[in-house]
Design a protein around this ligand. Structure first.
Ligand code: ARG
Length: 636
């Protein structure tokens, strides 16, 4: 922690260990702002007579650098006897002129705004970023069972995400789940948690009996090998169309007074049910066929996930939940009088179990059908308890569309009613809204791979327009693919998760506005500046940072100093947009700095200092981009 030592030495009375002891949950050697807040709390305590323990937690973030680096709402200190705006004036006047880290605060009504002095910050933050590199911003202590004793091990989190349904299109909901889940996994891994990524496939139920039937009738081995996902989807569509037609026909005839019971007994629907029953009875042939569909689909999914920098530790799925485990849960539900019989089926009437409105809101879900088969919810109950047994997790996140809010509330409540409140409390549903306008013109659904290919094609077109740059890119198609993926991801992460958004190829691929290509361009440009200057990292380490006195340079440093706080806040919001908003502030500050901070052509020492700055900015930008799942490109 060399950079911080220097800073500490400049500040009277501060010592790292003392800071950590006095302010718990503070990591000044990872987060400069922790040191700044500690120092400020000490100074303000003198000024106000209030205890540092009360001041420290009330030192907040500002909405922008123009509002300062740290803000204090005066009423939060609960000093009686004077009006907050008078206190604000008084304290600002009393604040020492000679403070090493801060200039005198500014007052706006009941708020004090504190601005850092440039030189100590610049001299500390750049070396800190150089020193931490890809780790800068991430605090592994968050994931420790005991932050004071790493030997007690890491906390474990399961992130369940993506979870597409075999033979059905990977739709926008799965895309969002994949993007958000990948981000959350990175976030927790960066924070030192032991992250288990689970993909809970939709691969079980009567519709898979129907699919197997379709394969027996129309399946094509070669087509299956070549493109399992598409082939299975085609079969699925075909058999569904047939089944719908058949149902209509039977209804018509029935209405005309015909006895159709014999036909019904052998309808596609009935055959599918029987086939699925064979699967649940573990019939070897039926299972073998289904397993091939599943395995071949997983191979394909893995390719797509690799393009998105995502991997899973476990491909679980509805089919992996054993009947035995579900029977056990069934017995427990009966024992605890949670479920009751209704026309031969089993259901849970929450209105009888949970008082008030909440009980009504949870409705009356089925947990066993009349034929004894389990349902989506039943499988989730067993799976959750099974995961707890297997992984003994400290936390589990389900990244699932908000269309399933009720389902997950029911699930967590059932777990609680079964007597596992401790486990239910560890579970969290991370939901998200819809993506609109993603189907094709004909209204048919699109596969994720096709979408990614279309966006990559579009980026490739754009890249080709600049022949000179294009010719220098080693693998333009691969770069176009990365840029396309960045476009899709940034668009998805721009708003709050819960908001719906409209999939728009034009806006997402534009270089103007807050887009994926804009971020990538910012990164590539920094890279090109460094390439042209050709100064080694060792040389940069000796740069004279006191030469960085321009407002743009100082502002970039202030942004960089704020990055660890952004990561920390993201662990609270669990919103990708928290990171994105920061990255766009950083890159806007970057774009507007170029005029003021020329590199090539300036004095060698100045050039070195500016390069050190830009290299540090590049590190922070890349750290943020990787956190949300983007692969920063070096040229584009
Ligand atoms: N396969 C489901 C669907 O596509 C999502 C699964 C969500 N996860 C869960 N544990 N239920 O709708």
């Amino acid at each position: 922690a060399a950079p911080i030592d220097q800073l500490v030495k400049q500040v009277d009375g501060l010592n790292l260990d003392a800071v950590k002891a006095k302010f718990p949950d503070t990591y000044p050697d990872l987060n400069l702002m922790d040191l700044y807040r500690a120092h400020l709390a000490n100074v303000l305590s003198e000024v106000t007579g209030v205890d540092t323990a009360i001041i420290y937690p009330n030192l907040g973030w500002t909405s922008g650098l123009d509002k300062g680096d740290i803000a204090l709402p005066v009423p939060s200190l609960r000093v009686k006897g004077k009006k907050p705006d008078e206190l604000a004036q008084e304290w600002a006047a009393k604040f020492p002129d000679t403070d090493p880290l801060f200039t005198k605060p500014t007052v706006s009504q009941i708020h004090l705004s504190f601005f850092v002095k440039a030189s100590p910050l610049v001299n500390a933050v750049i070396p800190m970023v150089q020193h931490k590199g890809a780790e800068y911003g991430f605090n592994k202590a968050d994931g420790l069972k005991d932050p004071k004793d790493p030997s007690k091990g890491q906390k474990r989190i399961i992130v369940e995400f993506s979870s597409p349904n075999i033979a059905k299109p990977f739709h926008a909901g799965h895309l969002r789940s994949t993007i958000i889940g990948g981000f959350l996994s990175n976030l927790y891994a960066g924070a030192g948690w032991d992250v288990i990524r689970i993909n809970y496939l939709g691969d079980w139920g009567k519709q898979y009996g129907l699919l197997a039937l379709a394969y027996e009738k129309y399946g094509d081995e070669e087509a299956l090998q070549k493109d399992p996902i598409n082939h299975l989807f085609q079969l699925y569509v075909r058999i569904n169309t047939e089944m719908t037609a058949e149902k209509e026909e039977l209804t018509k005839r029935k209405e005309a007074g015909e006895d159709v019971s014999a036909l019904e007994a052998n309808s596609l629907d009935e055959q599918a049910r029987r086939y699925f029953k064979k699967m649940t009875d573990r019939d070897a042939d039926a299972l073998a066929m289904w397993k091939r569909f599943r395995d071949l689909s997983i191979v394909r999914y893995k390719d797509t996930y690799a393009r998105l920098n995502i991997h899973f530790d476990e491909y679980s799925g509805e089919s992996q939940v054993s009947e035995e485990a579900m029977n056990k849960v069934g017995n427990l539900m009966e024992e605890k009088k949670i479920c009751k019989e209704d026309k031969g089926a089993q259901l849970i009437d929450f209105s009888e179990l949970v008082p008030g409105k909440e009980g009504k809101r949870l409705e009356k879900p089925l947990v066993r059908k009349r034929d004894g088969t389990a349902l989506y919810l039943t499988r989730d109950i067993s799976e959750l308890l099974g995961r707890h047994e297997k992984y003994n997790f400290d936390k589990m996140i389900y990244v699932v569309a908000s269309a399933q809010d009720l389902h997950l509330r029911q699930l967590f409540k059932i777990i609680e009613l079964l007597g596992y409140k401790d486990i239910a409390d560890k579970c969290q549903h991370i939901n998200f809204g819809l993506v609109l306008g993603m189907s094709t013109r004909k209204g048919t659904v699109k596969f994720l791979d096709d979408i990614l290919r279309d966006v990559a094609d579009k980026m490739h077109e754009v890249m080709k327009k600049n022949e000179n740059k294009y010719s220098q890119i080693e693998d333009p198609l691969a770069t176009a693919d990365v840029l396309g993926i960045s476009s899709v991801m940034v668009q998805d992460m721009s708003g709050k998760r819960i908001n719906n958004y409209t999939f728009n190829m034009e806006t997402m691929t534009s270089f103007e506005g807050d887009t994926g290509p804009y971020l990538q361009y910012a990164h590539a440009r920094l890279n090109s500046i460094r390439r042209k200057a050709g100064v080694s990292d060792e040389e940069l380490a000796t740069a004279d940072l006191s030469l960085l006195t321009e407002t743009s340079a100082i502002n970039l440093c202030r942004h960089m100093a704020g990055w660890p706080d952004v990561v920390k806040n993201t662990l609270k919001t669990l919103e990708p947009t928290t990171v994105l908003t920061y990255l766009f502030k950083l890159t806007h500050a970057l774009s507007s700095s170029y005029d003021q901070l020329q590199v090539v052509g300036s004095e060698p020492e100045l050039m070195k200092a500016r390069l050190a700055l830009y290299t540090a900015v590049q590190t922070v930008l890349a750290n943020g981009m990787r956190l949300i799942g983007l692969s920063p490109v070096d040229r584009m």
